[in-house]
Write a protein that binds this ligand. Structure first.
Ligand code: ATP
Length: 340
């Protein structure tokens, strides 16, 4: 295979999350593009000229029904955050069309215990967790299993507060985690199995309601009001990190990838991933979560980021970087290295 083979492939994804960024990047790299859209969003996606084809479904859970059509189009599917949210990890594993990424990562990611072990083995700081309420050092954040997008969390300042709030949660499964007071930072990486290099693509912070707006009301204005912090994501803001912390940011990404190869056997984690962290006043970086695919905050940088600009002389979004990786793999006849 060679350079001209790019146009034989169609890059496709589900119409949600970071689909626009992914398909814009694919088009910039010379691929055909396809979106699987629910009926209500078809008119919206038609606005974008870089989308060549739209396949319509009633809901994403119908994915299986259209899989044969995707095969006919010679599709490479790019997963994003909505894949697990709408299809579930098990159905992701059943996807038969070529899929960019390693599906084995899904198991390590969705199980909070496995994810924590992976991070710890990689020498990453993680917030303390408590098994017994009697041992807790407050404040804490309590995370129910299956929480997503910051929903299903609560903050507890002391034991009494915890006992009151846990009653409102119907689930038995939750973790009690030390609440890290600091600045949240989401670092978007890309690891290439073709070049064997780790790249920092961009950084952002989520803007979460209402926790990011509570500081706008002075304490005396809040007193007596029943306001609880919540962590529901409404969007993302850009942020860069001080340069003295950047070497450790790169090293953390490298350790996470190297450890994944040992833990998962074979390929490990590759492509885009994100370390979601909180940085404390003593400049320690605590990772609260790892995402093994493109995160929505990268869409801030469809035209490139301060970090991608250091490595590329052209706008390089994470979406475009994915397409570039596939293109390089096609040229080198190494597609098996990036597909599952
Ligand atoms: P997603 O799966 O969409 O990434 P999630 O629901 O798993 O999201 P997290 O990213 O783990 O959520 O956390 C949501 C928010 O909760 C964070 O952005 C941060 O503001 C806050 N948070 C989580 N853990 C901690 C912690 N240990 N200390 C302080 N804040 C935290």
């Amino acid at each position: 295979m060679g350079k001209d083979d790019t146009a034989k492939y169609t890059i496709a994804t589900l119409g949600s999350h970071s689909a626009l960024q992914i398909l814009k990047g694919a088009k910039d790299e010379g691929f055909k593009t396809l979106i699987v859209s629910t009926i209500d969003r078809v008119d919206f996606y038609k606005r974008f000229k870089f989308i060549d084809k739209i396949l319509t479904v009633k809901s994403f859970s119908e994915y299986e029904k259209i899989e044969s059509q995707l095969k006919d189009e010679n599709v490479i599917l790019i997963p994003h955050g909505s894949f697990v949210a709408y299809l579930g990890a098990e159905n992701n594993k059943k996807i038969k069309v070529p899929y960019f990424g390693n599906k084995a990562v899904l198991d390590w990611e969705q199980d909070r215990v496995m994810q924590r072990n992976w991070l710890k083995k990689a020498g990453i700081n993680v917030p303390r967790q408590f098994d017994d309420i009697e041992d807790v050092t407050f404040p804490v954040i309590v995370k129910t299993y299956g929480a997503a997008g910051g929903k299903g969390y609560f903050y507890a300042r002391d034991k009494q507060d915890f006992k009151k709030k846990i009653k409102a949660f119907k689930t038995e499964q939750y973790v009690i985690q030390e609440y890290i007071i600091g600045v949240t930072l989401y670092v978007a990486y890309f690891y290439s199995p073709i070049t064997n290099e780790i790249e920092v693509m961009s950084m952002d912070r989520r803007y979460e309601t209402n926790v990011d707006s509570l500081g706008r009301i002075p304490l005396h204005g809040q007193q007596g009001l029943d306001i609880e912090p919540s962590y529901v994501v409404v969007g993302n803001q850009p942020l860069i990190i001080r340069e003295s912390l950047l070497p450790e940011v790169y090293a953390m990404g490298e350790r996470v990838v190297e450890t994944s190869k040992k833990l998962m056997g074979g390929k490990g984690l590759f492509g885009p991933f994100c370390l979601e962290m909180v940085i404390t006043p003593d400049q320690r970086m605590f990772v609260i979560e790892i995402s093994g695919r493109i995160v929505a905050g990268t869409s801030l940088y469809i035209g490139g980021s301060p970090y991608s600009d250091l490595m590329y002389d052209e706008p390089m979004s994470t979406g475009r970087r994915i397409a570039r990786e596939i293109k390089m793999a096609i040229e080198k006849n190494e597609l098996e290295k990036v597909l599952d």
